[in-house]
Design a protein around this ligand. Structure first.
Ligand code: UD1
Length: 350
């Protein structure tokens, strides 16, 4: 059997790693990189650090408006799918690369599987929400990470095509945590273990309005410990366009980290402040309290178990929420036990 994976953005490379490993000896695997992310720190380091084979194809589409970016990918993917004729196209998460590949596959009648199916924010302002809803409804096989995701898919009439596989990011996180512990990775420069926060901010709802971005930066700058702000290129670009100084107060601006360094930085931190989806979950799995600057989250289990708090409209509460008392320990495993990728390959083979 030939499985063709399409990835393009940073979180998808992380999810691809355990899948690529799980296909070895079980299925042929072709990797297509759309080129949505292209900086070395946003792309290449993930392939080298996580032992992912080099992509068989790279469309090199780069950045652009949503329609233009998605359309360019669609045209390029169609040609590749026609040439390779895989048994399955496997798409990951909720980016523009996911949607483009889903459309290209269904129009060629190639079976389509969606990894991380069924997540919902119910916020139609997020580009990711349309990407995931449209991809789920186009897919032949829905690979759901959690019971909650299975529930959403059933409610939308997609239960018969759904399989609960667990979360593949948990697979890669547990593996990377063990590697990092074994080789004692250095911390981000200038901070001490347990006495700093890690922050990432990149979502359009937080970055595109200069006033809101300014308030977020002010709140981070006022925190009681150094904040290592891992600046996505989008944040850097917009801050400089708005003439907004990021490096101030408690904030220490740093480049995005490679995955093992990110896991190490989060593991040793006093807390995470983010608007990323994956990082909320990684913080929970590493049992580090997280504060999410969004009105809602797809990873509701992190909130229900007390390890994640949402702050959105009232940014004045950010300081007190970040500096809250430690949550209660839990043994819950809502994201599986680190073997999701094998279940994914089994479902595809079946
Ligand atoms: C994309 C995904 C988002 C995911 C995120 C992870 C969509 C709609 N969004 O958002 O779901 O959480 O990736 O990071 O697909 N840029 C660079 N170098 C790069 C990549 C991007 O400089 O390698 C800059 C460009 O200015 C670009 C901007 O970042 O315009 C945004 O990149 P884009 O891929 O469009 O969206 P992300 O915000 O990264």
């Amino acid at each position: 059997m030939r499985i063709l994976s399409v990835v393009g953005a940073r979180p998808q490379f992380v999810k691809l790693a355990p899948i690529a490993a799980a296909t070895v000896g079980r299925a042929d695997h072709t990797i297509v990189h759309t080129g949505q992310h292209y900086d070395e720190l946003m792309s290449d380091v993930f392939f080298s650090d996580l032992g992912i084979p080099q992509p068989d194809f790279n469309l090199g589409v780069g950045s652009g408006k949503h329609g233009q970016q998605t359309g360019t990918m669609l045209a390029g993917l169609e040609q590749i799918f026609e040439d390779v004729r895989p048994d399955w196209v496997l798409v990951y998460g909720d980016t523009n690369s996911t949607l483009a590949a889903a459309l290209a596959a269904v129009k060629l009648h190639i079976p389509l599987a969606h990894l991380e199916a069924g997540l919902r924010s119910f916020n139609r302002r997020m580009p990711e929400e349309h990407n995931r809803v449209l991809t789920d409804h186009a897919s032949d096989l829905l690979l759901a990470p959690t019971e909650v995701a299975v529930g959403h898919l059933s409610a939308e009439g997609l239960g018969a095509r759904t399989v609960l596989v667990g979360d593949v990011m948990t697979d890669v996180l547990f593996k990377t945590r063990s590697l990092v512990q074994a080789r004692s990775e250095p911390l981000p420069s200038g901070v001490e273990a347990g006495r700093y926060y890690v922050s990432t901010i990149h979502r359009p709802d937080n970055t595109d309005d200069p006033e809101r971005l300014g308030q977020i930066i002010e709140s981070l700058a006022a925190l009681d410990r150094p904040v290592v702000l891992l600046a996505h290129p989008r944040l850097r670009d917009l801050a400089s366009r708005y003439d907004l100084e990021l490096e101030r107060g408690s904030i220490r601006v740093a480049a995005p980290l490679a995955y093992p360094q990110l896991v190490n930085a989060v593991m040793n931190s006093a807390g995470v402040i983010t608007d990323s989806g994956g990082l909320q979950k990684e913080a929970f799995l590493l049992r580090v309290p997280c504060t999410t600057i969004r009105p809602e989250t797809e990873w509701v289990e992190t909130v229900q178990l007390g390890w994640n708090e949402l702050v959105s409209s009232d940014l004045t509460s950010l300081t007190s929420v970040v500096q809250r008392a430690a949550p209660q320990q839990t043994e819950a495993t809502p994201y599986g036990t680190g073997h999701a990728a094998q279940h994914v390959v089994t479902a595809l083979l079946r």
